[in-house]
Design a protein around this ligand. Structure first.
Ligand code: NAI
Length: 410
């Protein structure tokens, strides 16, 4: 394992699957001093108690695991933002995008100007949201956004054990220096800190084109699968939750391809306005899967077979809740819709508007999802104005044209 040459104070915000994995892995890097800040309900207390009683395990497979014994765990968990954040060398927000606003508002009064703020993952629009909130508090930090979580992971026992079912080969990131420009103070390089934590896989790859990055975040994966599976659901509870990726059918694949084709069309329309702009990598879903899970897919023939035979997706289920009589109903408030539509598809939809591309498939899915979420994102074929807490629509942050989008980061 690589190490930090000097002590690095790493603050992780969050308490879900990703935060568990990140805390377990990063705390074992020599010279890392890791604190998890978790303000959600009583998670900090539950997690702290679990560490004291059982220690902490990140399990990669039956035989490969990182275990820290009770009393020897090298990170702590707290809900005390004020006492931890001012001492951070790097701050990593690792929660679904619909809670980014909560953490950004909490940390912004205290985050040191030398401390980069990282969205891991950021998801579409993290950069303009974080820059806006940090700037409102007079902060001068760098903002980094990582395309996706490096791992597919699930907590098996809260505060105690997390399973890593897959690790990506490469993930891209953006790094924005807009607020800290001209400030000569010594700053930590967030990229090398994160690469040290992650080890060999995944490799972090810089993306300069902010708009391309929005597409690379792929908010186009979960909503089409949810839509295809549940659009005609008769409301009857099921005996067991269906497989999420491995349970896809031709209909799901049709919607996934439809949404991705529209993204490719939007990228082509932007290139007509800015011919030198690179959108390579805004590719089909199948190409994306083969890039990210190269060794884990056994049948690479079609998008359907790639989804069905990707080991990283083994056993992952549709989000459901249990009924009183032990059956299952879909959970439409899970992040697959609650995050990927207001913090994903609607961002893509507004960019399509900017460049005059029609998006009938994306619209069809948004219209279904907004009803499930009890929100209104589109009305009479047009995007509605939203509050910041309802989603990360560019216009909510004063970005009203494609030119505004690029100028925002200068
Ligand atoms: P998660 O679903 O485990 O996150 C739940 C956690 O979010 C809660 O435990 C809580 O700590 C926090 N939270 C929820 N509501 C909150 C609130 N109102 N206030 C404060 N905190 C709140 O999410 P997970 O799996 O850790 O994912 C994190 C990010 O990584 C998401 O953007 C997700 O889409 C992305 N991702 C996750 C993957 C995975 O395998 N888990 C794979 C690829 C991406």
């Amino acid at each position: 394992m690589t190490e930090f040459s000097d002590k690095v104070n790493i603050t992780i915000c969050g308490g879900g699957n990703g935060a568990h994995t990140l805390a377990g892995i990063s705390s074992l890097v020599p010279n890392a001093c890791v604190t998890v800040v978790d303000v959600f309900e009583n998670e900090a207390e539950r997690w702290t108690n679990a560490l004291a009683n059982y220690g902490f395990t990140v399990r990669f497979s039956k035989d490969v695991m990182l275990h820290q014994k009770p009393g020897k765990v090298k990170f702590r968990v707290t809900n005390d933002v004020e006492s931890v954040v001012p001492h951070s060398d790097i701050l990593i927000i690792c929660v679904p995008a619909y809670t980014h606003e909560i953490y950004l508002n909490l940390i912004s009064p205290y985050v040191p100007e030398t401390c980069p703020v990282v969205g891991m993952p950021g998801q579409p629009g993290f950069e303009y949201q974080a820059l806006t909130i940090l700037q409102e508090h007079g902060r001068k930090c760098k903002v980094m956004s990582i395309e996706t979580l490096p791992w597919a992971c699930r907590i098996s026992k809260y505060g105690q054990e997390v399973d890593v079912v897959g690790t990506k080969e490469e993930v891209c990131y953006t790094l924005i220096d807009k607020l800290s420009k001209g400030n000569p103070s010594k700053r930590l390089d967030p990229v090398s800190v994160l690469q040290t934590i992650l080890g060999k896989k995944p490799q972090l790859a810089k993306e300069e084109n902010m708009l391309k990055y929005t597409f690379l975040c792929r908010p186009t994966i979960h909503p089409p699968i949810m839509y295809a599976r549940w659009k005609n659901w008769d409301g009857k509870p099921l005996d067991k939750p269906p497989l999420f990726y491995q349970g896809v059918d031709e209909d799901s694949v049709r919607y996934m391809d439809g949404v991705t084709d529209e993204s490719v069309k939007i990228a082509a329309a932007v290139t007509e306005i800015f011919p030198s702009m690179d959108f390579s990598g805004v590719s089909t879903m199948q190409e994306w899967l083969l890039d990210h899970y190269t060794d884990q897919i056994t049948n690479k023939q079609t998008l359907l077979t790639c989804l069905q035979t990707n080991k990283a997706y083994d056993g992952l289920l549709h989000p459901t809740t249990k009924t009183a009589d032990g059956k299952y109903v879909p959970d439409f408030t899970y992040r697959y819709i609650r995050e990927d539509v207001p913090y994903g598809l609607i961002v893509v939809r507004q960019i399509a508007d900017f460049v005059g591309v029609e998006t009938p498939v994306i619209d069809e899915i948004i219209l279904w999802a907004q009803e499930k979420l009890g929100k209104q994102f589109i009305q009479h074929g047009k995007l509605c104005k939203l509050d910041r807490t309802d989603g990360r629509l560019p216009m909510t942050y004063g970005i009203n044209t494609i030119e505004d989008f690029f100028n925002f980061f200068k």
